[in-house]
Design a protein around this ligand. Sequence first.
Ligand SMILES: [Zn+2]
Length: 489
Amino acid sequence: MLGIAMGAVLDGVEAHVVRVEVDVSRGLPQFSIVGLPDSAVSESKLRIRSAVRNAGFEMPNQRITVNLSPASVKKRGAGLDLAIAMGILRASGQLPPARAPIGFCAEVGLSGALLTVPGMVNLALALRRAGIHRVVVASEAREHCIPVPEVDWFAYGSLQELAADLLAERLRSPLDFAGSPFLDSERAVSLADVHGLPAAKRALSIAAIGRHHTLLVGPPGTGKTMLAERLVTLLPRLSDSAALEVFAIHQAAGLPNRPSHVPPVRMPHHTVTAAGLVGGGTPLAPGEVTLAHHGLLILDELLEFRRHALETLREPLVHGRVRLVRSGHSRELPADFQLLATLNPCPCGQRGFADCRCTDTEVKRYWSRLSGPLLDRVDLVVSVAPVDTRAPGDTFVPPTPEQVAEMRGELTRRQTARGRGRSTEASDFQADAKAYLEQLGQRLHLSLRAQDSVRRVAQSVSVLEGESTVKSAHVEEALMLHGDLGRWL
Ligand SMILES: [Zn+2]
């Protein structure tokens, strides 16, 4: 007789649904599990045997074969215990077969107690994708569960309690969550509170609108880091589904965060390794780029970072995902982040702003430590000069996160309209702005990528200005912001 139960396992920050098939047949008593089990799954056998007996059921004294499919998924940890136990009880006719799909996500203790497993929200999201909307978890896992649309959580303390309900063909009421699961801390600081630096504030606003990767360059002590940290205060709140996705990643990575609509901000120390930045290790741990998914990755003092680590950023900067090859398998993790980096203009830190003591060769060598491919992906290079306290009060007021959200909507509408146009002429660029961009591209020998970057930044400038088309002035500002690095060389 065949018994089937559904479970899910965590691998890195991804979860996979696993179908547990149990066959109980005549033959010498034997208990085997097939489908790439690691040692923890083999240890499950001991726990499941005791748990089944202590829950008042019989462990069939026959040939028990457990198949975990798909075989290609590496199963780690004890998270399949409960699903395997359910499969055995169903295969031996001690529990009725499932009438509607249920996902079982718990470890079992020797006494039959259900124990919590890591990454509950990720497991539930994977089960939901597979059409399973009811998830049974351990009572003690309750604190790790949050409302997930179209998912009902059922918490049980032991195999005994669960089996009693399943025998009666019912489940207890699903977990009821009072209030919102989201902890949206109020923004204590804002970019608008920063005294002076109107040009930098404007550039950061443009960066927020277009999610442009940005480099802040200036002498030490000008507040580059403070500005970088405040970019998040301009960013629109995440949608519920994006916030849930971010939370699932952070929970699977073992971070003690609560779900939040505020985009994540990651600011790794410059000693971070390549694996720490993009992910790696066994079991696979997500890197900073994945933890910054839908949010900001701030690299303070970019040149202090290891060159090798910075070079690994190229792929996620291009694709918004990071691909890791592990034991012959290629794995992809989400990494759609906005990069914000800070940098001194030269070794002494004063070039372009005050008296620089560095030789040209030293400055060239300094900048050459930045990898070309990384620099290629930076859309904005913003100078942050020391605040001149005698300067008149600045008049630039950064947009609110709600305004930035509207401006992003406008950008998307324009890009969609452009995509639908039958020719490349269908564009939001005024004719003279378009000609200006082409002419500049030729004169300055801009690569196609650089031209594309300037085009996108010009669109963000035009949206910030509340204009419906891109004008020459917007192209000019975009080109300045794109940063001719020659300024410092
Ligand atoms: Zn210098």
